[in-house]
Design a binder for this molecule. Structure first.
Ligand SMILES: [Zn+2]
Length: 203
């Protein structure tokens, strides 16, 4: 399990970015989850179970794990420990391009969160070393032709533009495709890759 240091230090928050070794560390009947569709859709969860089709979950409910599943796409966990609002986001290139992380921050602010106390953690995903895309994707990131994309940097940019402080953002920087012993990777093992579970809850 991988932990962001600035979330780990919070006494009323639990979180983790799962690895291959952690498997399905949260059973489906023990957390709120969504059917992920590479969208910018956000759902608010108040109880355990499938919430519907979306790629981000926000909650203010105590004790409720909210989780996303990834294998190359980025898991992003956010929390305002003062206002007690948490979010889990699945951000691949489509979700990143649709600014799902920025929109999740706005949703959290609607629920009472404040930029000054918001913390964000960008978990392990495919790194710029391995995420080569073609001309159908690069224009979504202001680039051209066949090129490599840094999804974590794009999401960090969205968080900074949304108003988070640089020191409130943690980035794993680990590449899922480069490290088969630790991470599942869809690009490395298409068809057979498992998924990693990343989750957060307010205590
Ligand atoms: Zn890599």
């Amino acid at each position: 399990m991988i932990h962001a240091s600035h979330l780990k230090e919070l006494p009323d928050v639990e979180h983790g970015f799962g690895t291959v070794a952690d498997g399905a560390w949260l059973p489906e009947d023990a957390h709120a989850w969504v059917k992920q569709i590479h969208s910018e859709k956000i759902l608010r969860a108040n109880a355990i179970g499938l919430q519907g089709e979306a790629d981000a979950i926000v909650t203010t409910a105590p004790e409720l794990w909210i989780a996303v599943r990834t294998a190359d796409c980025l898991p992003v966990l956010l929390v305002d420990p003062v206002a007690r609002v948490a979010a889990a986001v699945h951000a691949g290139w489509r979700g990143t391009s649709a600014r799902i992380v920025a929109q999740t921050v706005l949703k959290m602010l609607e629920l009472g969160a404040e930029l000054s106390s918001l913390r964000a953690a960008i978990g392990p995903g495919i790194g710029p070393c391995c995420f080569e895309v073609g001309p159908e994707v690069s224009p979504h990131f202001g680039l051209e032709g066949r090129t490599n994309i840094d999804l974590a940097a794009a999401n960090e940019r969205q968080l900074l533009d949304a108003g988070l402080a640089l020191e409130s953002i943690w980035i794993s920087k680990q590449c899922t495709k480069c490290d088969p012993a630790t991470f599942h990777s869809y690009r490395r093992d298409p068809g057979t890759a498992g998924r990693m579970v990343s989750a957060i809850r307010l205590l």
